[in-house]
Write a protein of this length. Structure first.
Length: 257
């Protein structure tokens, strides 16, 4: 490793160190008339961490509102210290945040931490749906049905989508009561679409997205999901898809943009 590469590696390790600026900083960084070498390095160390926190807050507006900024920063920094970012893009910064919250959930805690975890899962799915390739530039219909690349499906025990929608409207919603929610999150015409489905339609859409055998799927459901951008390259609807549409369309509750 060359001298410059070694210096860059040392600087990266020093800034990423959760315990603070490197104690051997004086061997690499010069002091100034007012600051020691370690104090000068601390400016970059703190600035980097504050930038990461700013990005985490931007990715999780619902959690920031639910927890308050100080508490959220504590959870976020604990996550970042445990899993320092390695990707070249800040979009991937929060990958694994919900898993980390679940893994570090206190034993015997009340149920409300579950809402924190599920809200983190939902906000991550929203970010992924917004960033993934959509159907806006899709070519002509193909010969088979497949899920749009931006489709994300979530089974939740709390209505995290309703809470986040209220926060984005500028409201101060109370902590919602737990109830099952089956969500499809996607992007259509460059706008985010969130739909709450019934258990049966959700199971059918989930199976389609995974390429699993589903049995006959009502044509009305397929047309509806294709129109919402959940499915793309739809094949012509035939008898196998129940063209009569005798099964009711999926129940929907909310749309969030």
């Amino acid at each position: 490793m060359g001298e410059l590469s070694a210096l860059q590696a040392w600087m990266q390790a020093a800034i990423l160190d959760p315990d603070g600026p490197a104690r051997d900083a004086a061997g690499v960084v010069t002091a100034s008339s007012r600051l020691t070498a370690r104090e000068r390095l601390a400016i970059y160390w703190r600035g980097y961490r504050l930038r990461l926190l700013e990005c985490m807050r931007g990715l999780h507006p619902g959690l920031v509102h639910l927890l308050g900024e100080d508490a959220f920063d504590g959870f976020a920094m604990d996550f970042l210290d445990a899993r320092p970012p390695r990707a070249y893009t800040l979009f991937r910064l929060a990958e694994g945040f919900a898993d980390h919250l679940s893994e570090t959930r206190p034993d015997g805690a009340e149920h409300w931490p579950d809402m924190i975890i599920e809200l983190a899962r939902f906000e991550r799915a929203v970010a992924e749906a917004a960033e993934a390739p959509g159907t806006e530039d899709a070519g002509p219909p193909g010969t088979r049905l497949r899920a749009a690349p931006c489709l994300r499906l979530l089974r939740l025990a709390w209505p995290a989508h309703e809470y986040l929608a209220a926060v984005r409207r500028g409201e101060d919603p109370p902590l919602p009561a737990p109830r099952p929610a089956y969500l499809a999150i996607c992007r259509r015409d460059y706008a985010l679409v969130v739909r709450e489905l019934g258990p049966r339609p959700f199971a059918a859409l989930d199976a389609l997205a995974r390429g699993a055998a589903t049995g006959p799927v009502p044509a009305e459901w397929l047309r509806h999901w294709t129109g919402l951008g959940f499915l793309t390259r739809a094949e012509p609807l035939g008898a196998a898809h129940d063209p009569a549409g005798t099964t009711p369309a999926p129940a929907e509750r909310t749309t969030t943009r």
